[in-house]
Design a protein around this ligand. Structure first.
Ligand code: SDX
Length: 430
C-alpha cells in the first residue's frame, strides 16, 4: 500500500496532506492536521465522504455489489458456512479450524443462559411494549450483572464479554418475544445449534414437544450470517463512538440497538413489510411508486436504496433465494406480499427515477416476508437483525479498543447560532 501526498490550497496557503491507500477500495486523505494548520474543520454531516476509522473486518464495494467479511464473499459464507463460523471469522480474522470451531461453539453454547434475575426486568415492561424497547433495556442491564467482564483494558475480560454478548443476545431476544405474547420463557437447549436453539426459545411451549424444522433453522442461520456486519453503518458507528469513551461493552451494544431501531436503518425490515401490506395488491404498486418519486411526498420505498450499494445488495439476492426456500418448505403459495414485492421490484428496477438514483432492493426488502412466514410478528424483525449484528458490533468494538491509536471520538461543528450577547433580566424582556 503506497502512500502519496495530496495538497489543499487554503487562502493561498498550500497544505500537504498524506493520502493513504487501503488494501482494496478508496484511498483516504488524512486530514488530522487540517484544523491545527488552517483553523478549518471539514464539513460532512452524513459522513458521505468521511472514513471514521481504519478497519480490517468488512469491506463493501457499492458499485460492484460486493460484501466481504475478512476478505471472504458473503455468498460463500452464507452458502457453505454457518453463523458461528462467521462470528469466529469476524472476531478473530481467520476461518476457524475444526477444533477452533468446536471450542467456539462449545463456549457460546455454554453462555446462552442469562442470570435468573434478568427475567424480572421483563415484568417491568407493558406486554405490548415494542420488543426493541425491551431489548435496549435488558441489554444495558447486563452491565449490572457481569462486573467481571466490564474492564475493557483486560484482554481476557474483553474476550469473555464478547462471548457473553453473542451467546446471550438470542436468549434475551427470545425472552422479549415470549413476554410480548404472554408465554413462559424457554431456556436454551445446549443440544441445539445457535439458530435451532433460537427458534426453540421463540416457538417451543411447555405443553408439547417442539421439533425445530431443519430447513427453517438453516434459513434462520443464513439470515443471521447475512446481517452479521456491514462496515461503519449507523449502529456500528454508534457502538464505536460509545466505546471510544471507555464505556463497557454491554452499554455500547445497547446504544447500537437503539440506533438500529430507526426505520432508515435496521427498522426498515419492519417498515418494508408494513409498506407491502399497505400496498396490498400488485394493482396498487404504480400508485406507490409514484408517491415514492414525488419530492413533496415523504413516502419512500422501504427496503430500497442504500448509502453504499449503488448496485444490487448482494445480501438481498441471497435473502430472496432464502425467501423462496422458506415459503416452499411451508407450502405457502401465492403469498400476496411476495406478489406485491416481485411486482414492485420489477417496476422500480425499470423506472428512470430508481435507475438514475441507483436505488435497488436492499437486505430489508425480502427479509420481512421470510420472517413473517417463519412465524415472527413484524415488530420482532429488527430484534432479529440485532441478534445477528451483535457479533459485528462486538468485533468492531474490540478492533477499536485494541487500536493503539484509539482516542475518544469528539466531532466539531459549523456554528451558525447567535454570537455572544449580554444577559437581560426577565423584567427587561419584551
Ligand atoms: C440498512 O449503512 C448500512 O450498511 C445499513 C445496512 C446495514 O447492514 O447496516 O445495510 C442496513 O439500514 C439498509 C437500508 C434500510 N433502509 C431502508 O430501506 C429505508 C429506505 N431507504 C432510504 O431511506 C435510503 O435509501 C437510505 C437511508 C437507505 C440511504 O439514504 P442516503 O444514502 O442518505 O440517500 P439519500 O436519502 O440522500 O437518497 C438519495 C436520493 C434522494 O433523492 P434526491 O434528494 O437526490 O432527489 O434517492 C432518494 C432520495 O429521495 N431515495 C429514495 C429512496 N432512497 C433514497 N426515494 C424513494 N425511495 C427510497 N427508498
Amino acid at each position: 500500500m503506497t502512500d502519496t501526498t495530496g495538497s489543499l490550497n487554503v487562502g493561498g496557503t498550500e497544505l500537504k496532506l498524506p493520502i493513504r491507500e487501503g488494501s482494496i477500495g478508496p484511498a483516504v486523505m488524512d486530514i488530522q492536521t487540517l484544523y491545527k494548520n488552517t483553523g478549518l474543520f471539514t464539513y460532512d454531516p452524513g459522513f458521505t465522504s468521511t472514513a471514521s476509522c481504519e478497519s480490517k473486518i468488512t469491506f463493501i464495494d457499492g458499485d460492484e455489489g460486493v460484501l466481504l467479511y475478512r476478505g471472504y464473499p458473503i455468498d460463500d459464507l452464507a452458502e457453505h458456512g454457518d453463523f458461528l463460523e462467521t462470528s469466529y471469522l469476524l472476531l478473530h480474522g481467520e476461518l476457524p479450524t475444526s477444533a477452533q470451531k468446536a471450542e467456539f461453539d462449545r463456549l457460546v453454547t455454554r453462555h446462552t443462559m442469562v442470570h435468573e434475575q434478568m427475567s424480572r426486568f421483563y415484568s417491568g415492561f407493558r406486554r405490548d411494549a415494542h420488543p426493541m424497547a425491551v431489548l435496549c433495556g435488558v441489554v444495558g442491564a447486563l452491565s449490572a450483572f457481569y462486573h467481571d467482564s466490564t474492564d475493557i483494558t483486560d484482554p481476557a475480560q474483553r474476550e469473555i464479554a464478547a462471548i457473553r454478548m453473542i451467546a446471550k443476545i438470542p436468549t434475551l431476544a427470545a425472552m422479549a418475544y415470549k413476554y410480548s405474547i404472554g408465554q413462559p420463557f424457554v431456556y436454551p437447549q445446549n443440544s441445539l445449534d445457535f439458530a435451532a436453539n433460537f427458534l426453540n426459545m421463540c416457538f417451543a411451549v411447555p405443553c408439547e414437544e417442539y421439533k425445530v424444522n431443519p430447513v427453517l433453522a438453516r434459513a434462520m442461520d443464513r439470515i443471521f450470517t447475512l446481517h452479521a456486519d456491514h462496515e461503519q453503518n449507523a449502529s456500528t458507528s454508534t457502538v464505536r463512538l460509545a466505546g471510544s469513551s471507555g464505556a463497557n461493552p454491554f452499554a455500547c451494544i445497547a446504544a447500537g440497538i437503539a440506533c438500529l431501531w430507526g426505520p432508515a436503518h435496521g427498522g426498515a425490515n419492519e417498515a418494508a413489510l408494513k409498506m407491502l401490506s399497505e400496498i396490498g395488491t400488485p394493482d396498487n404498486v404504480d400508485k406507490y411508486v409514484k408517491k415514492a418519486k414525488d419530492k413533496n411526498d415523504p413516502f419512500r420505498l422501504m427496503g430500497f436504496g442504500h448509502r453504499v450499494y449503488k448496485n444490487y445488495d448482494p445480501r438481498a439476492k441471497i435473502m430472496q433465494k432464502t425467501c423462496h426456500e422458506v415459503l416452499g418448505e411451508l407450502g405457502i403459495k401465492d403469498d400476496p406480499l411476495l406478489e406485491v414485492a416481485i411486482q414492485l421490484e420489477q417496476i422500480a428496477l425499470k423506472d428512470d427515477y430508481f435507475v438514475e438514483k441507483k436505488l435497488y432492493p436492499n437486505i430489508d426488502f425480502y427479509s420481512g416476508i421470510t420472517l413473517k412466514a417463519m412465524g415472527f410478528p413484524t415488530d420482532m424483525f429488527t430484534v432479529l437483525f440485532a441478534v445477528a449484528r451483535t457479533v459485528g458490533w462486538v468485533a468492531q468494538w474490540k478492533e477499536m479498543v485494541e487500536d493503539p491509536g484509539q482516542k475518544i471520538g469528539r466531532p466539531r461543528q459549523l456554528y451558525t447560532g447567535s454570537p455572544r450577547r449580554d444577559y437581560t433580566s426577565i423584567s427587561q424582556r419584551r
